[in-house]
Structure formats: structure tokens, C-alpha cells
Design a binder for this molecule. Structure first.
Ligand code: C2O
Ligand code: CU
Ligand code: CU
Length: 471
């Protein structure tokens, strides 16, 4: 029996139960033979949204909403340049969709209700089927009822591997998310109007991969690709690594999935809601070194989780490979067209309407709050970009709050800021500090209608949202 046949038989056994989708991808991965698993079934992963009791606090169960009943949600793994198919079934009592954050997707697969697809109604199934053009750390989440669905657990990592996986010894995926829970694990009100109109409503329980301050143990002397994902609805983290012994080697290697041109030593790096950061960490040769992954606030390091070094592993090579660049077109800055978006608020008005309801156009982009959408009722775009043309876009924050501004469908270059020195890098989200102006640039090469919004979900829901048409 050939090796291939054995593998195929094994896949047939497992595919039916779909117990190990990671294994399926891993198989196509190590021999690059996609045919094998697409002959077997028409999708790589199955995601089922539904209610689930999540144990976030010891022995207390939180009535969450989850993919496949679990948190963290399944880690979806794809291979760059290859097709990824996910069969999504909605077992919630409300509509949902899945958006693949950071993927330069086909517009029809972007998961935005009404703009790119019909909402997936309770009981319905939708197959997302697309190619991932870029390798890196991405994620997925609904794009409808997002305050509730995302706060309660429907957020997960989507890792797109390079065709030749860079030779780190280890990988550590750290999904950061806060939850608004009381001490019994029950949800507190998810959004408080007074907060929604400021920085956003923060969680009360801080978790990494669904655990409070988890501990990880890895072999001494190994190199680790640490993938940090900010899957919170609101919070920004100022990521720093700190060792209890000698300084460690930790380099920033990718932002929002996009490799940086030249890695640099991580001092502290802020990631707003929705952003990701990849850090190459070289663990010291000594055992029992404790490294704290922290949220640095001024002089303080608030621990998120710890990494301990254990017995060295014969297999570890301690290599710190450089990530290959993604095929993102370089904008022509000389001939780029200029565009400007100003983010403001209706400062003089009360954040709530007379009837106590949230005011849906409190936050404004170019003096306009998001009107909402429904079937056959799509508002005008914020802007139209011509396909293939380069743009330099000024993003001006006229408010005393941070806004992580995200664009779907494209990866842009962050050029400069009027408030701080920044390294030119690619991203899909840029965290604007209060009253900060940033310039980004892109080649508008992906046709479609692409959402453009703040990733503080309450800000997005109360006006800081629109879309850009590329045609
Ligand atoms: Cu994670 Cu509309 O975005
Ligand atoms: Cu997105
Ligand atoms: Cu915002």
C-alpha cells in the first residue's frame, strides 16, 4: 500500500467525524498535495455557532456563545495561496456571519451582512470558500450583533502558514480577551452607554486563551513564534516581554499578520482591538527562567501570562528565521491620490437619546454617522477608490479617545504620525491615539465594497463605521 493510500483511508475515517480538521490541513501541508483532502469532502473546517457553558472562572460556568461549543474557538489553519473552505452553521437564535479579519478576500466571502451576503439565519448554513493570498496571523468573528456575539466568545484565530513554514522550534498562540463577568461568571451588561461614548466598556476578567494568567512551559534554548491576537471588543494592550533573569531576545516580526521589513527588539508595542503582533522569542538556555508577557502601563507590567523554560529539547535549533514578505503591492507615493477621513463625535449632545436608547450616530466619519443597512438599503460609500490606483489616506482623530481604525479587503502601509515616531509597516488596522493624525497608503487593487470602521465594537455600532468602494 502506498503512503498516499494509507493517508487517504485515514482521512476518510476522520473526515466523517471531523474530529481533527487540523490533521487534515497538516496532511495537505506536509506534502502540498491538496487533491487528497478535497476528494474526501467539500470543506476543511466546520464551525457551528451556538450557546455554550464556558468555564472561564474556576468551577463557574458562563453562558457564552461559541464556535463548536468551545473557547478558545477552533484555530483555523490554512496555507498561503491555497483554498480554504469552512462550513458555517448558525445554531444561535439570532442571525450571524463570519468575517475573516485581515484576509484580502473575495468580497462575496467577507462576511458583512447585506453588503456582501445575506445574514446566516438561525438553522442556516453558509460555506465560506476563498483563497488566502497572505501568510500570517489573522482572525475571525461575526459582523452582526457583534457586541453580544463577540463579547460572549465568538472570536477565533485564523493562521495562514507560509508554503515553507519558517523554522521556529515552537509556536505559541495567545488570544487575548476580556470578559464582563460578575464573580459567579454571569455576564454583566455588555455595553454601558456612558463608556460606549468614551473609550468603550472594558471587561472585568482578563484572559489569555480563555484562562486567567495561564502558564506555559517550553524547552530552554528554543525559538518561539509567539502570535498575539487582540480579540477583545474594546481594550488596547501595550505588549512587553520581561524576564526574571538576564534580558531575553524578543523581536517584532509581524504586525497584523504582515511581516515587518526589518525585525526590531520588542520594547513595548501597542495593539488595539482587532490587531495582532508576532514576536520571535529566543528562550534562554537555562531552565526555570520565567518570562512575563505583560500589558505595560507606564512603569508597571501587568502580567497577561507566563512562559517558563524547561529541560532543553534535542530537536530545538534555536533558529530565528526571517519571514518572507507577502505579495502586497507597493503604493506609488509620488502619484498617489489623497483622501482624508476625520473621526469626530457629536460632542455637545448627550450620548443617549431622550428615550434612553443608544444614539447610533454619536461617532462620525467626515461628519457622517453610520446609518445602518438592511436588505436593499445600502448607504452610500464613504469614498470610491479606482481599481489599481494608489492612495494616501489621512486619518485624523479629533477625539480624546483611541480608535483602532480597520479596513477590510486590503493591507495598507502605515507611513507616519504627527504624535510619535513610528516604523513604516503594513497593517489592516491602525491604532490612532487621541488627537493623532496618521497617514496610510495602499494600492486599491481588490474590487468590492469594503467596511472601514473603528474596531472598538461599541464605537462602530454607534456611528464610527462606513465602507469604501473599490471599482
Ligand atoms: Cu475585524 Cu469589520 O472587522
Ligand atoms: Cu476585517
Ligand atoms: Cu473608536
Amino acid at each position: 500500500m502506498t503512503k498516499q493510500m494509507k493517508r487517504r483511508q485515514f482521512l476518510q475515517l476522520t473526515a466523517a467525524a471531523l474530529v481533527a480538521p487540523q490533521f487534515l490541513v497538516a496532511c495537505s501541508h506536509d506534502n502540498h498535495d491538496e487533491k487528497i483532502h478535497y476528494e474526501i469532502h467539500a470543506f476543511d473546517y466546520e464551525l457551528n455557532a451556538g450557546e455554550a457553558a464556558l468555564e472561564l472562572l474556576n468551577n463557574r460556568f458562563t453562558p457564552g456563545l461559541a464556535y463548536n461549543g468551545q473557547f478558545p474557538a477552533p484555530v483555523i489553519r490554512a496555507v498561503q495561496g491555497k483554498r480554504l473552505r469552512i462550513r458555517f452553521t448558525n445554531h444561535l437564535s439570532q442571525p450571524s456571519t463570519i468575517h475573516w479579519h485581515g484576509i484580502r478576500n473575495d468580497n462575496a466571502m467577507d462576511g458583512v451582512p447585506w453588503l456582501t451576503q445575506k445574514p446566516v439565519m438561525p438553522g442556516e448554513t453558509f460555506v465560506y470558500d476563498f483563497v488566502c493570498p497572505d501568510a500570517g496571523t489573522f482572525w475571525y468573528h461575526p459582523h452582526i450583533h457583534s457586541i453580544e456575539q463577540m463579547s460572549k466568545g465568538m472570536v477565533g484565530a485564523l493562521i495562514v502558514d507560509e508554503p515553507e513554514v519558517p523554522a521556529f522550534d515552537q509556536e505559541l498562540i495567545l488570544s487575548l480577551k476580556d470578559w464582563r463577568l460578575d464573580e459567579n461568571g454571569q455576564f454583566l451588561p455588555l455595553s454601558i452607554p456612558r463608556e460606549a461614548f468614551r473609550a468603550g466598556t472594558l471587561g472585568t476578567v482578563n484572559t489569555v486563551n480563555g484562562k486567567v494568567a495561564p502558564e506555559y512551559t517550553l524547552p530552554a534554548g528554543s525559538s518561539v513564534r509567539v502570535r498575539l491576537l487582540n480579540l477583545d471588543n474594546t481594550r488596547a494592550y501595550n505588549i512587553a516581554f520581561k524576564s526574571d533573569r538576564q534580558p531575553i531576545i524578543a523581536n517584532v516580526i509581524a504586525i497584523d499578520g504582515s511581516p515587518v521589513a526589518e525585525p526590531w527588539p520588542l520594547d513595548a508595542h501597542a495593539i488595539g482591538a482587532g490587531q495582532r503582533l508576532d514576536v520571535a522569542l529566543l528562550l534562554p538556555d537555562e531552565q526555570e527562567v520565567k518570562i512575563t508577557v505583560a500589558d505595560r502601563k507606564g512603569r508597571f507590567h501587568v502580567p497577561l501570562c507566563h512562559i517558563h523554560t524547561a529541560v532543553a529539547d534535542q530537536q530545538s535549533k534555536g533558529l530565528m528565521p526571517v519571514l518572507p514578505a507577502n505579495p502586497v503591492k507597493k503604493p506609488d507615493l509620488e502619484n498617489a491620490e489623497k483622501m482624508r477621513f476625520v473621526f469626530e463625535w457629536q460632542g455637545a449632545l448627550s450620548p443617549t437619546l431622550a428615550n434612553g436608547e443608544l444614539q447610533h450616530d454619536f461617532w462620525l466619519i467626515n461628519r457622517r454617522g453610520w446609518e445602518g443597512m438592511s436588505e436593499g438599503n445600502i448607504p452610500e460609500p464613504l469614498a470610491v477608490m479606482r481599481r489599481g490606483k494608489s492612495y494616501i489616506v489621512e486619518l485624523k482623530n479629533n477625539t480624546p479617545h483611541q480608535h483602532p481604525i480597520h479596513m477590510h479587503g486590503e493591507i495598507f502601509t502605515v507611513l507616519d504620525s504627527d504624535k510619535k515616531a513610528l516604523r513604516v509597516h503594513q497593517a489592516d488596522t491602525v491604532l490612532l491615539d487621541k488627537y493623532e493624525t496618521v497617514h496610510i497608503a495602499l494600492v486599491a487593487d481588490n474590487p468590492g465594497r469594503w467596511m472601514f470602521h473603528c474596531h472598538v465594537i461599541e464605537h462602530m455600532k454607534t456611528g464610527l463605521m462606513g465602507y469604501i468602494t473599490i471599482a
